[in-house]
Structure formats: C-alpha cells, structure tokens
Design a protein around this ligand. Structure first.
Ligand code: HAM
Length: 446
C-alpha cells in the first residue's frame, strides 16, 4: 500500500527544499537588515489561545484535538497570539520597542486551493511598545523590501493600506455603536467576495431600510484612492466634539505614515484602499495587505495594528503592529516571473580512490577538509578509475583528488581541475594549505 500526504500538506524534495531555503534566506536577511531579533514558540498551543483572540474565521479552521492528558490543544494557525503571550510575560524586562521576527510553519484546515494550503510557512515581523505610525511605516517598508529582495518590483506587487480607526469614526458618524460597527466591518471584509444583494441583506439586519443607501456610502469611501480626497472626506464627516478632534489627529497620523513610506523609497508601492479591513478579530488601527499588482490572487501578506491583544491575553497594555507573509502565494508569483534561482549543489572535491589500501588515506584527508568547511565526497565502493572519472565529471565537483598507490608512495595527491582537465600534484601534508589557492584560481593548463 502506498501512503499519500494529507491534503494541503507538502513534501519537500531537495529542489523544493532549496527553494524554501532561498525564501527563508531572503526573509531572514531583510529582517536582520532592519535589526529585528529572531524568536520562536511552540507549534502546539492551548486551544483557548485562539478562541476569541483570532476571530471566527480562523477558529473555524483550527487543527484542534484533545491530547492524552485531556487538554484541548490546537496546531498554531498563526503566530500573533503566541507572540503576544511571550511579550506579555516578559514585558517589564524587554527593551522597547521590541522588534522580533519568526519564520515558521502554520496550520489551517482550509479547503486546499490555489494559494491556500493546510500547512504553510509565514514570516512574521512585529514591533511592540511603539504607539506612533513610525512603527507601522517601518513594517510596511520591511514588507516591501523583502518582496523587492526576491527581484519583484513596482509592476509586480502593491500594498493596500487601510485604517480600522478611520472606519470606526466613519461608522460612528453613521450613528453605529461599537457592536454594530464590528458587525459592519465583518461584512465589509467580505465585500469583494459577496454579491451586492447578499451584502444588502446582511446589512439590513443591522440597519434596516437604510442598508442600501448605507452600502452606497461605504462604496464611495472604498473608491477613495488618494490622500487629498481621503483628507477632505475625513474633514467632512459629521463628527462633533471629541470625535472631531480624533479625526483631525488621525489625518495627521495618515500624513506621517505616508511621509515616512515615501522617504523610505516605497511610496510607489502604496495604494490607499479602505476595502481592506482584515478578518482577524484583534486589529485596531492601520491595516494592510500585499497583493500581486494585477490585483489577482490571494494576498501575499497581511497585517496591521493590534494594540489591545497583549492586555487581552493577561499582559500589560502594550501597543503592537506587525504582519505575516506566506510562502505559498509568494512562490507562485516568483515562479510566474522566473525569479527562483536554479538549484545547484555540487561539492568542491570528489575523491577518486585506487583501492582499499588508498581508501584510509582518502578518508583521513576528507575528514580534514570537511572539518574546515570544504565539501567533499567519495565513492562508497571500490571501482575502476575510468568509471570513477566518469562519475566525477558528472558530479559537478570542481576538483578530483586522485588517490593512486603510486602517488601515495611519493606522499603526494594528484588534483585534477575537472572543468579544464589540467592536473597538479600536491604533497599531502600541504593539501590544506594549498586548497584556498586551488579554489580561487583553478589549475593552469600546461
Ligand atoms: P493572515 O492574513 O491570516 O494574517 O495571514 C498572513 C499571510 O499568510 C496571508 O497573506 C497568506 O500569504 C498566508 N496564509 C494564510 N493562510 C494561508 C493558507 N491557508 N495557505 C497559504 N498561505 C496562507 C496573520 O496570520 C496575522 N497573524 C499576521 C500578523 C502578524 N498580524 C500582526 N502580526
């Protein structure tokens, strides 16, 4: 009987693993360039961590079960609740702002489809302990830089930027209370994927006969795509007293965010799009998602502010902002643009061994070369020279180290440059010393 992988889970043959390492390598080096520290957390967590904190959509997709000790547990569907707990537990001893990143696997029981699997990797990057929009700007910049580090540019991806605080102001101006606003935001989150009649039906349960006119006003807001229009839209909201002051302060925060993004060289990637509200329950302020520039496909990344989560999980009041980028949609996009480097792994050296007597010497040299970081392999079985040379040529190795009885009697090893066919003899006790020159210059043909 042949076993298959579970739906939505992947196997990584060496080529796929190399591709994954390439993605992780770019993610890690960009996060480090911004001076973020790497952390990790368990893949299995108490179920309770996600109930309410992540929101209905994710809870409906949990891989959860009871462990042998009778605990309700879940494989992590996302990193943010674990991170909030880690930070909450050590909040007083951590230097702020906390700038941390993680690369790890996450699990969601979704219907496997293009861009969506049940096990996928995410880069999570978060800043905790900084209230102002400079932190939001830094993360959006990091998101853009990491996509750029794969060779993607302005014609390949865009960041759609929105603001849940602003939505709350707009909905307050419509006379909605907190609970009503939360329900409406849930409906707005699904607007793109739902037909209009169905949306009006949903809105009617909150707004009655007003639903259709209300949807019209929402659509007007979503159509805004430049800051000047947004600014006058906010200024014209029918708000009074404190709320009007909050709205003015929010305009200033938008302006600072956009200024920083422009100054960091990523202004061209940003599209104002209030249609983004994010499905997760904990977001509070600016929210954003990265998409292919064509607008097609599922999001490449998503994130935003979640200022209340650490406290909700029992920690102190710490503002937070972050995002996660997934590997699945990213690899699809990179493949469609031929931006995944070819996988080639070949050793520096391959040993060619005359017979059992020479094997011990070859193995001793291999041990020395490996100990200082060179890549070397040798045939496991004794074979004729001709066959070994053929295999050496196919191996992609740069040099063959030839261990024949005649050479060893003279205390030398013959080295062949496999691309040029040229050879040189090196005294065995000089081998380690001469390897750097060999690798740098190859062997001149005589
Ligand atoms: P999210 O929008 O649920 O946010 O996921 C972020 C990214 O993970 C998505 O844009 C997508 O690339 C990838 N992703 C999510 N689900 C799947 C799936 N089933 N298959 C493949 N890829 C998937 C979060 O997870 C938040 N915790 C991000 C965050 C960090 N917010 C603040 N800090």
């Amino acid at each position: 009987m042949q076993f298959e992988t579970l739906p939505g889970f992947r196997e990584f043959y060496p080529e796929a693993c190399a591709r994954r390492n390439h993605i992780f390598g770019c993610w890690r080096s960009v996060a480090r360039a911004f001076n973020f520290l790497e952390y990790d957390a368990p893949v299995l967590e108490p179920l309770e961590l996600y109930i309410e904190k992540s929101g209905e959509e994710i809870v409906g997709q949990l891989f959860n079960f009871e462990d042998r000790g009778g605990r309700a547990v879940a494989l992590r569907p996302e990193m943010t609740p674990s991170l909030a707990r880690l930070i909450g537990a050590k909040a007083n001893s951590l230097k702020r702002p906390v700038k941390w990143f993680n690369i790890g696997e996450h699990y969601r029981y979704e219907r496997p489809q293009k861009g969506r699997l049940r096990a996928f990797y995410q880069l999570n990057v978060d800043i905790l302990g900084e209230q102002g929009p400079a932190a939001d700007a830094e993360l959006i910049t990091l998101l853009c830089q990491s996509l750029k580090s794969f060779g993607l540019n302005n014609s390949d991806f865009k960041i759609r930027l929105s603001d849940r605080d602003l939505w709350l102001l707009m909905l307050a101006a419509e006379g909605l209370d907190e609970a009503g606003s939360a329900s409406v935001l849930g409906i707005i989150d699904k607007l793109e994927r739902t037909d209009r009649t169905k949306t009006i039906e949903r809105l009617s349960s909150i707004l009655g006969d007003e639903a259709e006119d209300f949807l019209g006003r929402i659509e007007e807001a979503i159509a805004i795509d430049d800051f000047d229009t947004l600014r006058s839209y906010i200024k014209n909201l029918p708000l009074e007293g404190d709320l009007a002051a909050v709205a003015n302060a929010r305009i200033e925060e938008w302006s600072q965010l956009l200024r920083n993004l422009k100054a960091s060289g990523v202004g061209d990637f940003i599209q104002i799009d209030l249609g983004i509200v994010r499905g997760l329950a904990y977001y509070t302020g600016f929210v954003f998602e990265a998409f292919e520039a064509s607008g097609e496909g599922r999001a490449l990344a998503g994130g935003g502010r979640y200022d209340a989560l650490v406290k909700k999980l029992g920690g102190p009041d710490i503002p937070a902002v972050g995002f996660a980028m997934g590997d699945v949609t990213l690899v699809d996009l990179l493949e469609s643009k031929s931006l995944i480097p070819k996988y080639i792994q070949s050793p520096d050296f391959i040993a060619i061994i005359g017979g059992e007597g020479e094997r011990a010497v070859a193995l001793a040299d291999a041990a020395q070369l490996r100990a200082v970081g060179y890549q070397i392999e040798y045939p496991f079985k004794n074979q004729g020279f001709a066959k070994q040379f053929k295999l050496a040529n196919q191996s992609g190795a740069r040099f063959a180290l030839i261990y024949g009885s005649e050479e060893l009697e003279r205390g030398v090893v013959k080295v062949r440059d496999l691309s040029k066919g040229s050879e040189v003899e090196i005294p065995r006790d000089q081998l380690l010393l001469q390897v750097p020159t060999l690798l740098e210059g190859g062997i001149e043909s005589k």
